[in-house]
Design a protein around this ligand. Structure first.
Ligand SMILES: C[S@@+](CC[C@H](N)C(=O)[O-])C[C@H]1O[C@@H](n2cnc3c(N)ncnc32)[C@H](O)[C@@H]1O
Length: 461
């Protein structure tokens, strides 16, 4: 609940000065918005202040965290929520590149800012670190990074790791995990409180091991390898951070269960869009999975950064449709058109649970070929473009039957409604559609795709 105090006093008998101090014990999605500087002007004793009256609105929290047996922490609707309503804006405590180390110095191979991961395809825009040659989108971003994601320790570490990985062939997933561990230890250097937040997220080596097959748990040998590379190659970490193989393994488990994949820019020509960066979003991490989600996430990495109001790394979670109070709000951890066996495999091996959502209950009774009508693997049956096992909701997976033949009879396929209404049908997209935020009490008539960013009117859907 919000608690507020305010004081006012008269300055030389003419001006009234008011101070507000608020203390909060709120769910993380609550916001204060300064909405109107003048609205109270005529009704308020602050009249003599003219335009200095500020109205502060506390938005009622839409979701709150609770424990759900068998599912751990979960986000639940605290009141009826409309389709399109924003239930969370979350900033990352940690972002790291999903590209190999050798790509770092070449804008053609790695056209993303090393700090905020916006696309910087125009060389004149680029700012280059004079020590390690990492690229940044602006001086301001580089300057912000120097005390957060790109400290002197990271800068020196990158130089050495690029050298190391250019002369040793190491699989991409291990390079990406190494980037994560470096970012996580750097987080311990720059912010103990954020590091503790990272440690408080779901994920221990045991929890992943419990259901997953042995081949897919946080690999003991990968963790040892990454640990030894960081010990032997990187500048030493301050002793008090307790750098150890055990901590490295725990961190990798947190990453596996909680990292969100942030995708490359969408293009209809590119069926193999992959991840540009991963992010740990501490509150968004509390959303559980459902194979027919009622909310989806949007990111705006390539949004115009010229306005100081635009925080391009913020994640926005919006409702896909209305839900009643008390309903759990869930995301899908991967594109919703994946077939039953793929979804079960991913959730079991990477997230350590067996999904028994309503959709899985129905599809469990289908034959494999029924599932094929909904989703398609690549030729080897792999989950193309989504090999990192993290919450890559946006990864492209094509749904078979593009001409509209995906729908089975209603009895076999009760969730047909979801696919018709909330899945984008643009070539190579297959994102999820959610209404734009509603204006007072009404759902907006325009749907936005969380992958291609396209808009559709509800009556076109
Ligand atoms: C990103 S976390 C979600 C928040 C988590 N429940 C917590 O307590 O912090 C992912 C983990 O939540 C649990 N989880 C998510 N969706 C679930 C579901 N549908 N059924 C059971 N467990 C689920 C699994 O343990 C999974 O590894």
């Amino acid at each position: 609940m919000p608690m507020g105090w305010w004081w006012w006093f008269v300055d030389k008998g003419k001006k009234v000065i008011i101070f507000f101090i608020f203390a909060f014990k709120l769910s993380p999605n609550s916001q204060i918005r300064v909405v109107d500087f003048n609205q109270l002007y005529d009704k308020n004793p602050c009249k003599t202040l003219g335009s200095a009256t500020i109205k502060i609105i506390m938005e009622t929290p839409t979701v709150g965290m609770t424990e759900v047996p068998g599912r751990g922490r979960a986000m639940v609707a605290l009141r009826p929520i409309k389709g399109g309503e924003i239930v969370l804006r979350d900033s990352p405590i940690l972002l790291y590149s999903a590209l190999p180390f050798h790509s770092d110095n070449h804008l053609n191979n790695n056209p993303y800012c090393s700090n905020c991961f916006t696309t910087i395809s125009q060389p004149p825009q680029t700012v280059t670190c004079s020590t390690c040659a990492s690229q940044f989108c602006t001086l301001a971003c580089q300057s912000a990074a120097s005390t957060t994601s790109h400290t002197p320790w990271v800068c020196q570490t990158l130089i050495r790791l690029r050298d190391y990985f250019s002369s040793n062939r190491v699989p991409l997933d291990v390079q990406i995990q190494t980037r994560f561990v470096v970012s996580a230890y750097n987080l311990a250097i720059v912010s103990q409180s954020k590091f503790q937040t990272l440690l408080s997220l779901q994920g221990s080596v045991d929890s992943v091991n419990s259901v997953a097959s042995q081949s897919d748990v946080v690999s003991e040998s990968d963790a040892s390898f990454i640990n030894s590379v960081i010990c032997s190659v990187c500048p030493p970490l301050p002793v008090q951070f307790g750098f150890s193989i055990e901590l490295t393994k725990v961190l990798l488990a947190k990453d596996k269960l909680n990292a969100f994949g942030l995708m490359e820019p969408f293009s209809e020509q590119n069926a193999d869009r992959s991840v540009r960066a991963y992010g740990i979003y501490p509150v968004a991490s509390f959303f559980n999975h459902d194979c027919l989600p009622n909310a989806c996430r949007f990111d705006y990495l390539d949004a115009d950064k010229s306005s100081s109001l635009n925080n391009n790394t913020e994640m926005v979670i919006r409702m896909i449709h209305d839900v009643p109070q008390g309903r759990e709000v869930c995301l899908s951890y991967f594109p919703v058109n994946w077939k039953y066996s793929e979804r079960q495999k991913r959730l079991r091996e990477d997230y350590g649970f067996v999904c028994d959502c309503d959709r899985c209950k129905v599809e469990a009774g289908w034959s494999e070929s029924d599932g094929d009508e909904l989703a398609m693997d690549d030729d080897e049956g792999n989950d193309e473009g989504n090999e990192e096992g993290t919450m890559d909701e946006d990864v492209d997976e094509r749904m078979e039957g593009e001409d509209g033949d995906v729908m089975k009879g209603d009895d076999d396929f009760p969730h047909a409604y979801f696919f018709l209404n909330y899945m984008c049908d643009r070539t190579n997209c297959w994102g999820t559609l959610a209404p734009l935020p509603p204006s007072v009490g009404t759902t907006s008539g325009v749907m936005e795709c969380n992958v291609c960013g396209g808009f559709k009117k509800l009556d076109q859907v």
